[in-house]
Design a protein around this ligand. Structure first.
Ligand code: CA
Length: 625
């Protein structure tokens, strides 16, 4: 027979023990570690409601399990809170995807500044300034941007613009260690969000428009010591090879390339696959751009594809040793960096489940590759292109360069897409239920390209080739891909990776840079369209528009979603404020907070949505790195 009194006492004892435990947890929040990160964003999420890595999950699908906000209530979303992002030194720009852990939003801004904000109220917990030298911007092609942080073992990792890795205590914001990865004076820089790979943090360098020799590398989370480094271009002729992969790469270069460094930066796409023990990076253009200066022509490009530039490169996550590569643009002379975030997924293709990696880089082509071995699956233009005429399936899908795309001192060509690329850093997302990838893009841009002296000197400035205004002296090349009617000048397209085709398009929404997307288990896609300063929500499967919320502030960075106290929020940074929204939030977009002088220009209350402006002119795009 149950003794009621004893049972009550027992229950009271358990209750007080639980109180004690929960108090302890509140003081020392459970740290993120490699095991937690494997579950992040998945159905088995060890910390549901958080956002712990750049792409939410390690497969970087930006697919949230949260479903409280759905088609029935998303139209009632409004502002929950707004927080100023106006640190001295911050220039009011951002490309950063925030993290959310321990009820805290971590947002990076330009000039290597980090904010920690209370995710319920927006109150600032702390701010960290890496205090980069003001000259740093002079050593970067395209601005002192930053795309986000990594978190693990109680540390936040910042890749500062001046090529340092900095570990901060995730609770207090205090600096724990710094590691100098490369020299900013030699034009190495960071804009990338680092990724955690087990006990290491992995990062890749920017600077591919200068003399750099590109690489990505892993550093110990514990103390910031180098674990391994993979060079994306070989050493200069005569210098020793680091390993066999470098020796193989050296055979694919000719001419005077080494005088200019090689390029092959790794400034955006980077993933860790714990199951396959791979780190996979996307690499940028070879340097210098002009084909002639690298000894390349229509006759020899097949022999000299300039590995491992413009490639998807996989290495062993523990050792950094080469595993496989797929080159998205061989012998690139058009600045079509193989850059742009990856998405990994299991996709049914021709009756088989394939472990794929997907990328839509600047070249305007949507590539699908088997990530277990680098085997080509498919590639299709997602905007009109003319640099390639097809993909050679007999040679693992090697792009077939249009013979008319080659140029020299006497020949100018017009290349689609332009130098900013058809898709740049704006994050894609993938909804496994809808089976669709959401891709922000810009279409119809082009570059005049001609041989010229490279301009990669210390002054920065132009990147070599752009001869805008020069009349082409070639027969116009046929353009391949979707029609202008289908894709307009840019927007958001949903692609089905099973067939690598367009499912639906929203013209004018967003573009190759700015904003980006994420998607949820409640069949929604969210997009910050920074060209319209509007947050959109669509049905993930059909594209039906459910929300268009103008936010009346400059800029717009990738959105995340998170849940605290059973309330789901959508949050993103603008150039001047972080905005967090929820169902039932105030209808009007934020007034500038009191005392925030920089917010003065923001209009009061909600304004009608602006007419769709033309997409950003990317003739000489502003984020090519
Ligand atoms: Ca580039």
């Amino acid at each position: 027979m149950l003794n009621i009194k004893k049972a009550s006492l027992w229950a009271a004892g358990v209750a007080s023990a639980l109180t004690l435990i929960s108090t302890t947890i509140a003081q020392q929040p459970r740290a993120v570690d490699a095991k937690v990160l494997v579950t992040a964003g998945t159905a088995k999420d060890a910390m549901p409601g958080t956002w712990l890595t750049y792409g939410l999950s390690q497969n970087e699908q930006r697919y949230s399990q949260l479903k409280q906000i759905d088609a029935t209530n998303v139209g009632k979303m409004g502002l929950a809170w707004a927080a100023p992002l106006t640190a001295p030194g911050g220039r009011g720009g951002t490309e950063g995807t925030p993290l959310m852990w321990n009820n805290t939003i971590y947002q990076t801004m330009d000039n290597s500044i980090v904010y920690a904000l209370d995710a319920r109220t927006g109150q600032q917990k702390w701010m960290y300034d890496a205090k980069i030298d003001p000259m740093t911007a002079r050593h970067m092609c395209c601005g002192t941007h930053n795309r986000g942080l990594a978190i693990s073992e109680g540390k936040l990792i910042l890749a500062s613009n001046d090529a340092r890795l900095i570990a901060l205590d995730a609770v207090s914001g205090k600096e724990l260690w710094q590691s100098k990865v490369a020299e900013i004076s030699e034009y190495y820089s960071f804009t990338i969000a680092p990724r955690i790979a087990g006990d290491n943090v992995v990062v890749g360098v920017g600077g591919g428009e200068y003399y750099i020799r590109g690489f990505f590398a892993a550093y110990s989370l514990k103390d910031g010591k180098l674990a391994w480094k993979f060079h994306t271009v070989p050493p200069a002729p005569g210098k020793p090879f680091e390993d066999k992969a470098q020796e193989e790469a050296a055979k694919t270069w000719t001419g005077d390339w080494a005088k200019y460094g090689g390029g092959g930066s790794v400034w955006d796409g980077l993933v860790y696959d714990p199951e396959l023990n791979l780190v996979i990076a996307g690499t940028g253009n070879p340097e210098p751009w002009p084909l002639e200066l690298r000894g390349l022509s229509q006759e020899n490009w097949l022999k000299y594809p300039n590995l491992y530039t413009n490639s998807i490169v996989a290495v062993d996550a523990k050792t950094g040793k080469y595993k496989w590569h797929y080159q998205t643009v061989p012998s690139d002379g058009w600045d079509l960096d193989g850059i742009g975030g990856f998405i990994m997924a299991d996709v049914q293709i021709e009756g088989k489940t394939r472990k794929v990696i997907m990328q839509a880089p600047k070249s305007g082509v949507f590539y699908i590759v088997d990530r277990t071995n680098g085997q080509f699956i498919s590639a299709e233009p997602f905007v009109p292109i003319n640099w390639a005429t097809g993909f050679d399936k007999k040679n693992n899908g090697r792009p077939i360069i249009n013979p008319d795309a080659f140029y020299d001192q006497n020949k100018v060509v017009v290349i689609y897409p332009g130098g900013g690329g058809a898709h740049n850093w704006a994050p894609m997302s993938y909804n496994p239920n809808a089976g669709l990838v959401y891709l922000p893009y810009t279409a119809g841009t082009y570059n005049f390209v001609a041989a010229a002296e490279p301009n990669v000197n210390a002054g920065g400035g132009a990147h070599g080739l752009g001869q805008a205004g020069q009349k082409p002296r070639t027969t116009p090349m046929p353009i391949w891909g979707p029609t202008q009617e289908q894709v307009g000048r840019g927007g958001l397209q949903a692609r089905d990776p099973k067939t690598n085709t367009i499912k639906w398009v929203k013209q004018g929404r967003g573009g190759n840079i700015g904003g980006g997307t994420m998607t949820t288990a409640s069949n929604l896609v969210f997009q910050v369209a920074s060209n319209q300063n509007t947050l959109y929500a669509y049905k993930a499967d059909t594209g039906e528009e459910l929300l268009a919320l103008p936010y009346n502030l400059p800029g717009g960075a990738p959105p995340i979603t998170y849940m605290i106290d059973n309330v789901q929020y959508i949050g993103f940074a603008t150039g001047t404020q972080f905005l967090s929204m929820k169902v039932g939030g105030t209808a009007a977009m934020p007034l500038p907070p009191a005392g925030n002088a920089k917010g003065k220009g923001a209009p009061k209350g909600a304004a009608p949505p602006p007419p769709p402006p033309p997409p950003v002119d990317e003739l000489h795009g502003n984020t090519k790195q």
